[in-house]
Design a protein around this ligand. Structure first.
Ligand code: GTR
Length: 326
């Protein structure tokens, strides 16, 4: 039944796409993001679309569907795979369930800090992971990276060490790796889509979540009583822009090269916007009464060693190459 429904949905989506891509002179590329208008990822992706429109003399126009209006990231990844969404900005987190090779970047403390993560994604290893996504059976073409900063835990009771997480239900992104990470830290990891986190915090279904300051602020999570932001920085997960292979294959070779080039430009543009937004939203959170707690990262790092051992085992060489990047 589920298989049949998926097939019907896929056929309908493909039909819609071919209509939208051929019926008029202008092709609308549907883009999506969980974040609201004005968020760095949304702005950089929109600007990529505007440049693509200008460079193709209006042959293509990108239409952004922000604020999770098309669903959570798991749903949107599926819609992108079948061609119902053409361009998706997503975290690498939920993509790990679809393309397991990307999980190397999803491991806790795999990057020393954000500068290290940026050096890796900008270089050959970053390109290799993009290429693995595009070459996988997932029917996605990885265009470029974006920045999601560092994720830290926020709760209604202050957390200063892994022991303080005991018994706390913490929302994690949908990927078993993250549940294992939270459980290794002593908490109870609960998988949940991003759009549901606010009400789950409000109703007490969960005791906390983990994210970067811009997300914690723009999704209003800080208004639910989860006002202790423990700077664990346990995950530094790059984000990315992918294109549906259905849509990508309809571009001419020159347009394919162009969209990748513009994706790389968006990667650099978003980074500047990102740094500003982390500073701005951290200040806003503090002004709203959120307490930023400095923690000793070592016990968090040590507690998650089994997760790196388990998920990193098939990628020992790659992990050594990541560690060697200056
Ligand atoms: C944000 C990220 C989103 C999404 C969200 C989440 O930081 O930008 O792509 O992954 O976190 O926690 O689901």
């Amino acid at each position: 039944m589920i298989v049949r429904r998926t097939l019907v949905a896929a056929t309908l989506a493909a039909a819609t796409l071919s209509v939208s891509m051929h019926a008029s002179a202008q092709t609308v590329l549907k883009a999506a993001d969980v974040h609201p208008p004005g968020y760095p990822t949304v702005v950089a992706t929109e600007n990529m679309g505007k440049k693509f429109e200008a460079a193709t003399n209006g042959k293509y126009k990108m239409q952004m569907f922000p604020s999770s209006v098309l669903g959570d990231e798991k749903t949107m990844i599926e819609q992108t795979q079948i061609g119902a969404i053409h361009i998706l900005r997503t975290s690498l987190g939920p993509l790990g369930s679809v393309v397991p090779d990307v999980n190397v970047f999803n491991m806790p403390f795999v990057f020393r800090n954000e500068a290290h993560m940026r050096a890796v994604i900008d270089g050959p290893i970053g390109q290799e992971i993009l290429d693995k996504i595009s070459a996988s059976p997932a029917r996605l073409v990885a265009l470029a990276w974006q920045d999601g900063g560092s994720r830290s835990v926020y709760t209604k009771k202050p957390v200063r060490s892994p022991a303080d997480l005991k018994g706390q239900k913490i929302r994690m992104m949908g990927n078993p790796l993250f549940i294992d990470t939270m459980n290794a830290l002593g908490g109870n990891g609960i998988a949940m889509g991003y759009p549901e986190v606010y009400s789950a915090l409000q109703t007490g279904v969960i005791d906390g979540a983990e994210n970067n300051p811009p997300s914690m602020f723009t999704a209003n999570h800080y208004t639910t009583g989860a006002k202790y932001y423990a700077q664990t920085n346990h995950l530094i997960i790059p984000e990315l822009v992918v294109m549906s292979k259905v849509a990508y294959d309809k571009l001419t070779p020159a347009e394919q090269t162009l969209i990748k080039k513009l994706g790389r430009e968006a990667q650099m543009e978003q980074r500047v916007l990102w740094d500003k937004s982390v500073a701005d939203y951290s200040a806003k959170l503090k002004a709203a009464g959120v307490e930023f707690i400095e923690v000793d990262q070592k016990p968090f790092f040590d507690a998650t060693a089994p997760v790196r051992a388990k998920y990193g085992a098939p990628y020992a060489d790659l992990m050594a190459r990541i560690a060697a990047v200056k």
